[in-house]
Design a protein around this ligand. Structure first.
Ligand code: ACO
Length: 368
């Protein structure tokens, strides 16, 4: 049975930085409170021309470059997101088209902030079953569109960004070892974004609709839930892999609140030094937070090839899950792949296909 190795990684965040001081000009809050209660100093906010798919494509190009893999070799693109460009087409299909990943299937996955864990597991399982050889998993969000900038209990928390992993098959042991995924829909109301679903669609009562446009959260309940499930999911995933905590070099947790991560560290009896934390600069980027944290830790030289990791997340749904993996790095390969060139070709191909579809449409109409 092949193993699913993580061979490429990339991240992309908007240029615009929103500091705690900036937010304190919008709502009654201050930098000291936000840093003490969340650990967040600043977050990135998408500009006018930045979308979930544009951030995702930028992160994916970097991941493909690290893996030295042609987009045309990808079999599958999964985009974990709660803020797709559209309900359909899937953001994953937009990514597939813009990368020029001509033979890949593509779908979006919605499991709120646990989406990257779920997506990574789905891609790894498809590789391990032998049905595909390579996959791109992207976590991408522009949650700033759904933040109520008048609600101080939520607007301080979220930021925009994208992170991507490339997975490839190999008979050599390594890569994703185990995964656990959980859901408890009875807690769905604790963290929700009702806008866009059919219950609060654009055609529903505008007053009700206005109230449901934003992220709603019971912060204290989510906090309690998160601290409990981070420990539980980590232990379950380790047990499934036959690993113990002392064999693990790094825990990469969902970046929601540093106090949640500290509580998980206490629960697992681990020092904070074992946890990758970068939420001070990005806030909670939902599905993007785990891959963004991983990419920064690799680029800083913290995570090295051969290291064993636990990736653990939680979010709306409620959902939670964890993955154990051994970090690989790029497979040896010949030549240098330039994924940006495929992107240009992909754009051209997309344009030509539209023209062909138009001509086919005219011919077909004449036949009718
Ligand atoms: N600035 C100043 N004061 C504030 C702010 C703020 N931004 N927000 C709340 N307060 C006040 C409250 O009004 C309250 O005042 P009161 O005592 O006079 O009523 C006081 O601070 C304490 O409020 P709490 O809600 O108890 O504050 P807490 O320390 O629990 O922090 C927080 C709130 C940061 C939201 C915390 O509960 C939390 O992080 N929860 C988890 C959130 C989370 O992880 N969400 C995402 C998970 S999944 C996903 O990523 C989509």
């Amino acid at each position: 049975m092949p193993y699913a190795h993580i061979t490429g990684w990339g991240m992309s965040v908007p240029e615009k930085i929103l500091t705690n001081d900036d937010i304190s000009k919008m709502v009654d809050t201050n930098d000291t409170w936000i840093q003490e209660r969340t650990g967040i100093r600043e977050r990135r906010i998408a500009g006018e021309n930045e979308t979930t798919s544009s951030l995702a494509v930028a992160a994916s190009l970097k991941a493909l470059k690290v893996a030295n893999l042609r987009p045309t070799d990808l079999d599958l693109v999964i985009c974990a997101t709660s803020t797709p460009d559209y309900i359909f087409p899937a953001t994953a299909s937009l990514i597939q088209d813009q990368l020029g990943a001509t033979k890949a299937g593509a779908f979006d996955l919605l499991a709120a902030c646990s989406g990257f864990i779920y997506g990574l597991n789905m891609a790894a399982q498809a590789i391990r079953s032998g049905s595909i050889k390579s996959a791109l998993v992207v976590g991408a969000e522009t949650l700033s569109h759904y933040v109520n900038w008048k609600d101080r209990s939520t607007c301080i928390l979220f930021g925009d960004g994208a992170g991507a992993f490339v997975l490839q098959a190999s008979e050599a042991p390594g890569g994703v070892y185990s995964a656990v995924m959980h859901s408890d829909g009875s807690g769905g109301d604790l963290l929700s974004l009702k806008n866009g679903g059919i219950k609060f669609s654009a055609t529903s009562d505008p007053i009700v609709h206005e109230n449901k446009r934003y992220i709603e959260m019971d912060g204290n309940e989510v906090f309690r839930f998160a601290t409990r499930v981070m420990v539980q999911a980590t232990n379950e995933a380790l047990e499934a892999a036959g690993l113990t905590l002392d064999q693990v070099q790094w825990i990469i947790p969902h970046q929601a609140n540093v106090r949640i991560i500290k509580a998980a560290a206490r629960g697992l009896e681990l020092p904070m030094e074992k946890f990758v934390v970068n939420l001070d600069r990005y806030g909670n980027t939902s599905t993007a937070s785990i891959p963004i944290a991983a990419v920064e830790a690799i680029e800083k030289g913290q995570i090295k090839s051969g290291d064993k990791l636990v990736l653990v997340g939680f979010g709306g749904g409620l959902t939670w899950g964890a993955i154990t993996a051994q970090w690989t790095g790029p497979f040896p390969s010949k030549g240098t792949v330039r994924p940006e060139q495929y992107r240009v070709l992909g754009r051209f191909r997309s344009y030509v296909r539209r023209i062909i579809r138009f001509i086919e449409g005219l011919l077909y109409r004449r036949e009718l």
